[in-house]
Design a protein around this ligand. Sequence first.
Ligand SMILES: Nc1ncnc2c1ncn2[C@@H]1O[C@H](COP(=O)(O)OP(=O)(O)O)[C@@H](O)[C@H]1O
Ligand SMILES: [Mg+2]
Length: 283
Amino acid sequence: MVKLSILYDHMRWEEKALYEACRKRNIEFSMINAKNLSLELTSDDKPENIGDIVLQRCVEYFCGLYLTAIIENYGIRVINSFKTLEICGNKLLNTLIFKKHNIPTPRTFVAFDIDSALEAFEKIGYPAILKPIIGSWGRLVSLINDRTSAIVALEHREMMFPLYHVYYIQEMIKRPPRDIRVFVIGDNVPVAIYRINENDWRTNTARGGRVERCPVTSEIRELALRAAEAVGGGVFGVDMMERDGEYIVHEINGTVEFKNTVPATGVDIPGMIIDYAIKEAKK
Ligand SMILES: Nc1ncnc2c1ncn2[C@@H]1O[C@H](COP(=O)(O)OP(=O)(O)O)[C@@H](O)[C@H]1O
Ligand SMILES: [Mg+2]
């Protein structure tokens, strides 16, 4: 029998649901708390209890990313892979991959200096959006209405950690007050939701976005699968926006949350993720 490990750093609703899904399936599995690990990189000793396949669910991006690298080095498969997670966790790399695979995505500039960033804002035109290249839940994703606010935001960024000196500047898509989160599990697209927010222009559920089921049309399915394939395949939340009847993908999330989607849609996402992981382990 294959053994599955769930690697986590915070026991959220999601990880509890994944645990329950494992229990219900009567499979061999272990829960590994990343916070308890101290790993010797120069030895072959693996963490106790590690299975044949690992489902990586860390909230802390770098914790999840580097543990994935270490576990893959033991020869153990991780969902999602290091290569995939590295692209998904980084908006700059996301955009490059989308461009390479002809996936419609917002027009985006990158600059590494305030004056060059201001030039990028002029080229895109206001309003435009400044985003950190690594981050989630809409944090520091800033709507910039004019040159004055651009300077304020860039000056604040200058006082932060060097990662924030990578100025990722994007056109504002004129869309309804919602976006679409599409779940991809392997080659399956089980469900999609609208995230609707009338109080914040950012639709993240972490910012109060409300959830409604969105029908998975063949167009949405195909685009989501293309985005997933472009980053190497696995388990994802593909985020898209609607503009004039077209879909534009702004990011692909590699450790997707589903605590709002499951109650709103009744779709058993945790169960499907576990079934997918077991199937992959047997391959
Ligand atoms: N180019 C854009 N045009 C319009 N709205 C956007 C754009 N980019 C992001 N948003 C809004 O901001 C939210 C957060 O942006 P996102 O790039 O997904 O960052 P995060 O990784 O923090 O979720 C999105 O869910 C969407 O509602
Ligand atoms: Mg997002």
